[in-house]
Every structure is written in C-alpha cells, then in structure tokens.
Write a protein that binds this ligand. Structure first.
Ligand code: TXA
Ligand code: MG
Length: 344
C-alpha cells in the first residue's frame, strides 16, 4: 500500500470521541490498516481474523513473513478466544497485569490465521492499557493484530509523528492520542502448560521478577533468542523479532562510557549525545555535541523518553548518536536490551 493519503484522526487519550473511533473501526472492518496508540508504543492494526488485511501489515512495514504479530484484545475474554490453552499461570498473569504491557505466548486457536503467527502454532496476545486501543478493538468487533507502527528495523514510535515519519501514505489511518505512557514495547513471555518455567522472550515494563512472583514459577530469560518461529516441539523458546538490529535508528548509534574520552571522541564529526540525568559526560564529549538530550535518571522515566530521543536525534541529520551506558541493575534490563540492539 502506498501513494495515498493517510487519514489523520485525533482523539483524547483518556476519553476518546466514539464517533471518531467508529470511523477508524469501520476502516479495520473493511480490511484497512489503522495505526493506534497503546500504553507502550503505537501499533499498526488490522483485524486479526482477516488474513488479507494482515498481509497488508507485512507489506506496509516491509516486515519479513517469518516474524509473527502480537494480537490485541479488548479484555481477557477476548484474549481467550484467540488461544487454545489457558494454563493456570496464564490466568494468574492476565489477572495481575492486564490491561497492561505484557504479551503471553500460548497455543493459538482456529480464530487466528496462519499469517498472524508466521505459520507457527503459538500466538502472542495482550490487552493494552489504553482507552483508545481498547475502544477501537471493541468497535472493530474482534481482536486486532498489531506490530509496532514503524517500517521494519526502525525505532518504535511513541508519538503519532513518529508513525508518519515512516508510514505516511502506506497506511489508511492514524489515531493520534499523543505520547505513549511506557515508551518501550511490552514484555513477551511464553507460558508452557504444566509447571515448566516461563521463557522471557523480550524484557519490558513488567520485570521477570514480577512475572515469577505472580506465576509461582521460574522464568528463564532466553537473552539470545533469534530467528525461528518460536514453537519448536521442544517448547517455545525463541522470538523472531530479536535480531540484533531490530530497533536501530538510521543514524549510526553506539554506546559510550562518558569517562573514556578517547573512545568517545571517535571519528564522528557531528553527533548527538543521549545521557541520563546524573551522568557526567566528559567536557569534550558534551562540548562537541551538536545535540545533547538528557533523559530522567530513573529506569521508568528513561524508558518513556528513550525512543523519542532516538527519533529526535535521528532526524537531526548527524553522523552519529552516542548513548551513555546505563546501569547494570535489573530494573534497567528492558532499556539495556533495546540499547544493545540499537547499537549492535
Ligand atoms: O508493546 C508492544 O508489544 C507493541 C504494541 C503495539 O503492542 N507491539 C510490538 O510488536 O512491539 P512487534 O511486532 O514490534 O514485536 C512483537 C514481538 C516480536 O519480537 C515477535 O517476534 C514476538 O513479539 N512474537 C510475537 N508472536 C510471537 C510468538 N508466537 N512466539 C514468539 N515470539 C512472538
Ligand atoms: Mg517492532
């Protein structure tokens, strides 16, 4: 899909105008693509049960067919319609964290066409904690498949402008409700039957420790999960979206330690620096920066601002984006994961 105007619709994030939502839902029902906000990042939606519409998502994004999509439901009952099993651990996690930034990977039901799961037997499903997303899914009358609303390999969008930056003219409509609350994609966890441990496929706003506490099971982190559909006979252990460069800006991006001036000086002539409040970039690094972006010093605040900072730095047309390294503590796991991939 390309070369046509993308309809811009603006709604209040907490109390969306239902007439506007109905317009967007009508586009989904006739097989169109609508970008919409969630609490994590903007998603690019199509009706999950409509294989042709879902094919449009892969085309618009330039997404490899082997990378499955997350299905979004308006509530737990809607989520259960797209899965074929509902282990106790899934019920507990859904009760504790939905609506919210947690994707459960479970065996798929017949309601989900193969294209959504890249041919695999499992589906990732979540209930987003955003009034606009849930109103849209409800009005569309069924679950909505939605990857992040960006061209494949670009940084996920946390604002409507970021969506337009790579998808304007390639999708039917965009619901603009301002900035996303969390700013990083959902935690993705595979939930096997029985009492086997969970497998963390992508760290996110809900930590592994919280998952383990609620599920009453161990959580293995498959940090090196790479290509594959993720549902081999041995169990769901891989996540295809985890190629090293998945979240990279177009501008070369690297992690630096602000105290190592030699390493930081590098060959770059014009660069942006993304730092945390409390970081002390060396004087040389700071003075040489064409763009200096300071994010909050806490992991939640930093996560909220990170992609926005990367988008800002990316459109500035510089030679490099230098990101100051973040702490090794576990509450920084999701941020560190995304930074490692963006700078790989
Ligand atoms: O917060 C989010 O999760 C956002 C919003 C829009 O909901 N969505 C998102 O989608 O980040 P996407 O497509 O950019 O990333 C989905 C990730 C990919 O790494 C994909 O491989 C993995 O989830 N995934 C989806 N279904 C899976 C499955 N059945 N098995 C293993 N991994 C799966
Ligand atoms: Mg994505």
């Amino acid at each position: 899909m390309s070369g046509f105007a993308t309809l811009r619709l603006t709604v209040d994030p907490d109390d969306p105008d239902l007439a506007v939502i109905a317009r967007a839902a009508a586009i989904l029902r006739r097989g169109g693509l609508v970008a919409f906000p969630t609490e994590t990042v903007y998603g690019l939606g199509a009706l999950a049960g409509d294989a042709n519409a879902v094919a449009g998502i892969f085309r618009a994004k330039g997404r490899p067919a082997g990378n499955p999509l997350i299905v979004h439901a308006a509530d737990s009952a809607g989520a259960r319609e797209v899965v074929a099993a509902w282990p106790t651990a899934a019920a507990r996690l859904a009760e504790a964290f939905w609506p919210g930034p947690l994707t459960l990977v479970l065996p798929k039901s017949g309601a989900i066409p193969a294209i959504v799961t890249a041919g695999g037997a499992t589906v990732g499903v979540r209930v987003p904690d955003h009034a606009v997303a849930r109103a849209l899914i409800h009005a569309a009358g069924g679950a909505v498949a939605a990857p992040s609303a960006n061209r494949s390999n670009a940084v996920s969008p946390t604002r409507a402008e970021h969506v337009l930056h790579t998808l304007d003219g390639r999708i039917d409509a965009l619901l603009n409700a301002g900035a996303c609350r969390d700013g990083l994609e959902s935690t993705v966890v595979a939930v096997p039957e029985g009492d086997r441990p969970l497998t963390l496929l992508r760290p996110g706003p809900i930590s592994a420790a919280r998952l383990a506490a609620v599920a009453g099971r161990g959580v293995d982190w498959n940090e090196n999960a790479v290509d594959g559909c993720g549902d081999e006979a041995a169990g769901i252990t891989t996540s295809p979206g985890r190629q090293p460069l998945h979240y990279a800006p177009a501008t070369p991006c690297r992690l630096v330690d602000g105290h190592e001036i030699a390493k930081c000086a590098g060959p770059e002539r014009r660069y942006a620096v993304i730092a945390r409040a409390g970081d002390q970039p060396s004087g040389d690094l700071k003075n040489g920066a064409a763009l200096m972006i300071e994010l909050p010093g806490d992991a939640v605040g930093y996560a909220r601002g990170l992609y926005e900072a990367m988008h800002r730095a990316d459109v500035a047309g510089l030679d490099a984006i230098l990101v100051m390294a973040v702490p090794r503590e576990s509450d920084w796991d999701a941020v560190r994961d995304r930074l490692t991939r963006a700078t790989a």
